[in-house]
Every structure is written in structure tokens, then in C-alpha cells.
Ligand binder design. Structure first.
Ligand SMILES: Nc1ncnc2c1ncn2[C@@H]1O[C@H](COP(=O)(O)OP(=O)(O)O)[C@@H](O)[C@H]1O
Ligand SMILES: [Mg+2]
Length: 305
């Protein structure tokens, strides 16, 4: 089993809910578990009802064996700055006369993709450190996250002609040497991140049984495939399973047709998560979700066409 489990999908379909319930599951099994978010407007603290004032630790402890880390936009900038900033500055300052702070702000605004790559790299390092036995990765809505997954390949492709381009810059011998060293380092890092995504991450796609969400699935699948990544599971969330009114019956039959469509089109393992009649907040409610997500009663294809 892969030690990093990622949840992706359109906004509002239930990524954070599924990620939180999954993290609780592994922590309850006795695994040291980290739930981490790359959504720059994160909601994990809210869903776990963590008291922000009381729990400022990073990562914050939620319950026994379960830790939470949200990477906010300021923090990403800082982390990126610490890891790559000085190096990138060294390269650019060999042919551009610019102050460090100005430079970092400029790069952060011009190349948000570099920060995305950093987030992948950050999770890869966490995984490799062995600090946690299970990492559950909650993400931003699909569009943004696909950009993030694409990043290591883009950086890698971008770097191919880089040595030739930088070699023509009028830098001193020493400057040129350091540029080549830094580029080599980035190349290696991109390759590691690509391999990490391909080999170490399980991808779960969360969706709902509605036209727009189902129509977006194909696009998400082909994006993944174009980066050599596979989606392992599809979770169809917010499904009406006990329609006890004509209103709900009508909603259930609408959902039914989209569920059949997903069942016939995709060969991935599929799982239904029922619509709850209340908001899912706090550990007790998340435990309910966990029970349904991991119980065989709700395993794939509960709706024979
Ligand atoms: N199965 C469900 N039943 C009822 N409400 C749900 C269910 N799944 C998610 N929700 C609610 O839908 C909203 C969006 O869920 P969330 O997990 O934050 O989505 P995402 O992370 O994909 O944006 C939340 O208020 C959540 O409580
Ligand atoms: Mg979310």
C-alpha cells in the first residue's frame, strides 16, 4: 500500500471530508498519521474543530497518532524561500543587479508554479523522512491541483535547454559554473518529484452525481494520464441512499443515471458515500463518514443498473 493518499476533485465535492475521515481511519488503526493540505484556503482545522488559539503547533495534534499540517500561502512562500530562494538568487544575481527581498517577491509572483513544485517536494520529503506511517493529502479544487501535479514535468522540460541558454549569458566563469550546478540540482529534484507522484501516491478522485461534476471527470483523467499518473479510486459523494420523500426520490433517480454513467465509463474501484442530513464537523461525525467509506456495505457498484 502506498503511504501517501491524495484526494482531488472539483470544489465542494467532499475532498476535505473524505481526507479527514481517511486520516482518522489510519490513526485509529494505530498508524502515525499526518493530514496535510495544499489548499491555500484550507478548512481542515475547521472540520476537526481545532481551537486555533489553543493549538498553534505545526503540525497540530488532533488526537492520538493524528497530526495536521496546513500549508498557507504565506507559509509556502517562506518554505520556498528557505529551500530555494538563496540558490535561485545566486543564479540570477550573477547577471541581474537586484536586491534579495525584491527578487523573492518578484519570483513568487511570476512563477507560482515553482511554489507548487515546492509543495510536492515538501510532501515527498515528509514521506521519505519516515516520520509518519500514513500521509493523507487534501488538495485545492482540481484546476489548481492539476497545475501542481503538472509542475515537476514542466520544470523538467523547461530545464532541458537551460544549460545552453545560460551558457550564452555573459557571466563570469564562476557564475556560469554555479548556474549549471543549480540547474542540475533542480533537474534532479523534478525527477524525484515526478517519481514520487508516480510511484508513491495513491490518487482518489472525489465527485458528485451531477452533470457538471461528471463531465469534468474525463478532463481530469486525461490530465492525469498525460503526466503518467493513474487514478486509483473514485468516490461518488453525497448520494441519496434512502429517499423517503418525492423530493428525494427525484434527486435519487437523477443521481442514479450519473452513477450508472460513471460505472460504465470508468474501470476504477468506485465507492458511494451517502448524503448526510447534517453538516460533517467534529470527530464524531467524521467517524460516521469513516465507517461508511471503509465498510463493505458501501463498496463499489451498489447500484445495479
Ligand atoms: N456526504 C455528505 N453529506 C453531507 N454533507 C457533505 C457530505 N460530504 C461533504 N459535505 C459537506 O459539503 C461541504 C463541502 O465539503 P468539503 O469536504 O469541504 O469539500 P471540498 O474539500 O471538496 O471543497 C461541507 O460543508 C461538508 O460538510
Ligand atoms: Mg477542501
Amino acid at each position: 500500500m502506498k503511504d501517501t493518499i491524495m484526494f482531488c476533485g472539483k470544489g465542494g465535492v467532499g475532498k476535505t471530508t473524505c481526507a479527514a475521515a481517511t486520516a482518522l481511519h489510519y490513526a485509529a488503526e494505530g498508524k502515525e498519521t499526518l493530514i496535510i493540505s495544499t489548499d491555500l484556503t484550507p478548512s481542515l482545522r475547521d472540520i476537526f474543530e481545532l481551537d486555533n488559539a489553543a493549538n498553534k503547533e505545526k503540525p497540530a495534534r488532533i488526537t492520538k497518532g493524528l497530526y495536521l499540517n496546513e500549508i498557507g500561502s504565506e507559509e509556502v512562500k517562506e518554505l520556498w524561500d528557505n529551500k530555494f530562494g538563496a540558490e535561485v538568487y545566486e543564479v540570477f544575481s550573477s547577471f541581474v543587479d537586484i536586491g534579495y527581498e525584491v527578487f523573492i517577491d518578484f519570483v513568487a509572483s511570476m512563477l507560482p508554479g515553482i511554489r507548487d513544485e515546492f509543495m510536492v517536494d515538501y510532501i515527498r520529503e515528509l514521506s521519505e523522512s519516515g516520520r509518519y506511517e500514513q500521509i493523507v493529502w487534501d488538495t485545492a479544487p482540481a484546476g489548481q491541483t492539476l497545475g501542481l501535479l503538472r509542475m515537476p514535468s514542466i520544470v523538467n522540460a523547461h530545464l532541458k535547454p537551460a544549460p545552453r541558454i545560460y551558457a550564452t549569458l555573459k557571466t563570469t566563469g564562476r557564475g556560469r559554473h554555479s548556474i549549471q550546478r543549480v540547474i542540475k540540482g533542480w533537474e534532479e529534484l523534478s525527477s524525484k518529484d515526478i517519481d514520487f507522484l508516480k510511484n508513491e501516491v495513491e490518487f482518489n478522485l472525489v465527485t458528485i452525481a451531477e452533470a457538471l461534476a461528471v463531465r469534468q471527470l474525463d478532463g481530469i483523467f486525461s490530465e492525469f494520464h498525460s503526466h503518467g499518473l493513474n487514478i486509483d479510486h473514485i468516490i461518488i459523494n453525497q448520494v441519496v441512499t434512502e429517499p423517503d420523500s418525492s423530493f428525494l426520490q427525484s434527486k435519487a433517480s437523477m443521481q442514479q443515471s450519473y452513477i450508472s454513467e460513471i460505472v460504465t465509463r470508468y474501470r476504477q474501484n468506485q465507492r458511494i458515500l451517502p448524503l448526510f442530513p447534517y453538516e460533517i464537523k467534529g470527530i464524531a461525525k467524521l467517524k460516521e463518514v469513516e465507517r461508511m467509506l471503509f465498510s463493505n456495505d458501501y463498496s463499489s457498484r451498489p447500484y445495479p443498473p
